[in-house]
Design a protein around this ligand. Structure first.
Ligand code: URA
Length: 186
């Protein structure tokens, strides 16, 4: 158990606990405000994220930033963004259950130190891992459920929205619902 976020980060970026470490350029630990009320959690780094060391910086990330901006959220100001796995799975495949199991220890420590009020899962892998193994994004996106004192919500993965823009209005509604939920805490 860590008490210091920088210590957690410096150990994480040296992690060699699973084979994903072999091919990585950078560990994508996470970015944002470590005092944030909201954490966004994706699945794992893609190519651009591996190259830069920052989550959600590709086309999907740009789209995510637009949704965030629409509800006065920003990774530079008031949220924290991380992933289930911190190293890129090759060819952007889904991270294997063993890889998730190993890496989620870092995420648990991040959540424990940040103590968010709300966690938003971006996409199926994150929502199935953190909310419920049978979570279906198209069915249950935008619904808040409480788990261990934290409100959890799943929404569409930005890359899925790029592939299927028909879901963009529904995703925006989820962000509006998030803004309302956050306002009810203040
Ligand atoms: N997809 C994710 O789930 N996370 C990232 O950081 C980038 C793409």
């Amino acid at each position: 158990m860590y008490t210091d976020f920088e210590r957690l980060k410096s150990d994480c970026i040296r992690c060699r606990n699973c084979p994903l470490c072999e091919k990585r350029t950078n560990v994508v630990f996470g970015v944002g405000n470590t005092n944030a009320d909201i954490m966004f959690i994706g699945e794992g780094p893609g190519e651009q994220e591996d190259l830069t060391g920052e989550p959600f910086v590709g086309r999907g990330g740009k789209l995510l930033d637009k949704y965030l901006e629409a509800v006065d959220l920003s990774r530079k100001k008031n949220i924290y963004i991380a992933n289930i796995v911190k190293c890129r799975p090759d060819n952007n495949r889904d991270p294997l259950p063993q890889e998730q199991e190993e890496c989620i220890k870092w995420l648990r420590e991040q959540v424990r130190l940040i103590r968010p009020k709300i966690i938003v899962c971006l996409g199926r892998i994150s929502a199935q891992r953190l909310i419920s193994p049978d979570f279906k994004v198209t069915q249950s996106h935008g619904e808040f459920i409480e788990k261990g004192g934290v409100l959890m919500m799943g929404t569409f993965h930005p890359a899925a929205l790029l592939r299927n823009p028909n879901n963009k209005p529904a995703a925006l509604e989820d962000f509006f619902a998030l803004r309302e939920k956050l306002a009810s805490y203040k």
